[in-house]
Design a protein around this ligand. Structure first.
Ligand code: GLA
Length: 396
């Protein structure tokens, strides 16, 4: 059964009525450009077919929103008072993100309290959570897009991306960049985007004619403490920027490798060597995004694969956001001639590995899967990357 039909049925079973709205928001894949978005740099993401769906209707108890997470088999009642009062959230529960989105609407002058009274919501889908594929931004995006309809707020895609990012930053406590949310609201079917996170403008990148397959291999590593480690990386980047004490240096995007070398050699340099190593990774990764685009234009498959390899090495060794399991997957798959390159994607500390393979390479996955289970007692899963369109309201 199609995912959208699944969610409609779940709604009927939960509330014995038809929903008024159905919303889809996709997961995101990122070809290259990791941890560059919050440094005002470049990224090359796209949307996945795998998505989160939300079905919603009005009516019922006036003071609460009833929300059901299909995959968790869990219902929550969100008292509207808690939403409004700015009560502290732990950020550990999926419904906190929904509250976070409502608060972002409020911050922008639109109080959803009255309109939300008695609404019923079911969320679910085929986008796995905890796999570094932005399931949390996708969940926030479905809710934001629905509220935009319900409240007739007319926010555009960029406003909505900022709303969802704000909810993740303030309600979940992850100081994330804009890549995931921007992609979810602006992606185009069949294409990736080259997004400049400074100007927030994107060019489409077509992979037509690239004789390779992209897959996502999910490590199924439970990623704990992910927020703390992520925020620490961001803080390291900001320390380096601040050390320069220059108006023209607001983000690592404004620095070159030479600037970092000069800083490191300066007697006044007061930060750690590790901070400089992290900053160097970001500057190099930014360059790799632009080189990757050139490699695509030149149909240089080996060049693309080498850039993926270099990206992974930097993420693992210098930025230190990989883990034993994702390093293992990359090493195993890259040992084969059938693989052009592979790298961990997203924030890190588990999640998925993007694998660029020759068209005929089916048995490769099964072999790595067996070795992976033997070594870590974890299940390796995969999905084919099919670039899908942006978040949208579907006919309910
Ligand atoms: C997470 C964040 C993004 C981005 C990536 C790393 O997915 O939400 O903003 O920083 O990590 O590239």
């Amino acid at each position: 059964m199609a995912q959208s039909e699944n969610i409609l049925q779940a709604f009927r079973m939960a509330f014995f009525s038809e929903p008024d709205w159905l919303v889809r928001a996709p997961g995101r894949v990122n070809l290259i450009g990791e941890h560059t978005d919050y440094n005002d740099g470049f990224v090359m993401p796209g949307a996945l077919r795998q998505s989160i769906y939300l079905a919603a209707s009005g009516g019922g108890q006036p003071s609460v929103v009833v929300a059901r997470a299909l995959d968790l088999g869990e219902d929550v009642e969100l008292p509207l008072g808690r939403i409004a009062e700015d009560a502290p959230l732990t950020g550990q529960h999926w419904a906190d993100l929904l509250i976070g989105v409502v608060r972002e609407f409020k911050r922008r002058g639109s109080d959803p309290k009255t309109a939300l009274g008695g609404t019923r919501v079911v969320v679910g889908g085929d986008l796995p959570s905890g796999s570094g594929l932005s399931s949390s931004s996708a969940l926030g995006a479905t809710f934001a897009l629905w509220l935009n309809q319900l409240l007739r707020t007319n926010f555009d895609g960029l406003d909505l991306a900022r709303i969802v990012r704000g909810a993740e930053q303030n309600a979940i406590g992850i100081q994330c960049g804009i890549m995931d949310q921007y992609t979810i609201f602006h992606a185009r079917k069949g294409e990736a985007l080259l997004l400049d996170c400074r100007s927030l403008t994107a060019e489409p990148v077509s992979l037509a004619g690239i004789e390779a397959r992209f897959e996502l291999w999910q490590s199924n590593v439970p990623h704990e403490l992910h927020e703390t480690a992520y925020n620490e990386r961001r803080a390291a980047c900001e320390r380096v920027v601040n050390w320069f004490e220059s108006k023209s240096v607001t983000h690592l995007r404004d620095l070159t490798i030479r600037d970092l070398e000069k800083a490191g050699d300066s007697p006044e340099y007061s930060l750690t060597a590790e901070d400089l190593v992290k900053a160097r990774f970001v500057i190099n990764e930014n360059g790799r995004v632009l080189d990757f685009r050139k490699a695509i234009e030149n149909r240089d498959l080996r060049g693309m694969g080498d850039l993926l390899q270099a990206s992974h090495l930097g993420l693992s060794r210098d930025y230190q956001v990989s883990c034993e399991q994702t390093d293992f997957i990359v090493e195993m798959v890259c040992a084969s001639e059938l693989c052009f390159g592979a790298r961990m994607i997203g924030g890190g500390f588990g999640g998925s590995v993007l694998v660029m393979l020759q068209a005929e390479s089916d048995d490769l996955f099964e072999g790595v899967k067996v070795d992976y289970r033997r070594r870590f007692d974890l299940n390796l899963e995969r999905m084919e990357v099919e670039f899908a369109g942006a978040a949208a309201i579907l006919p309910a």
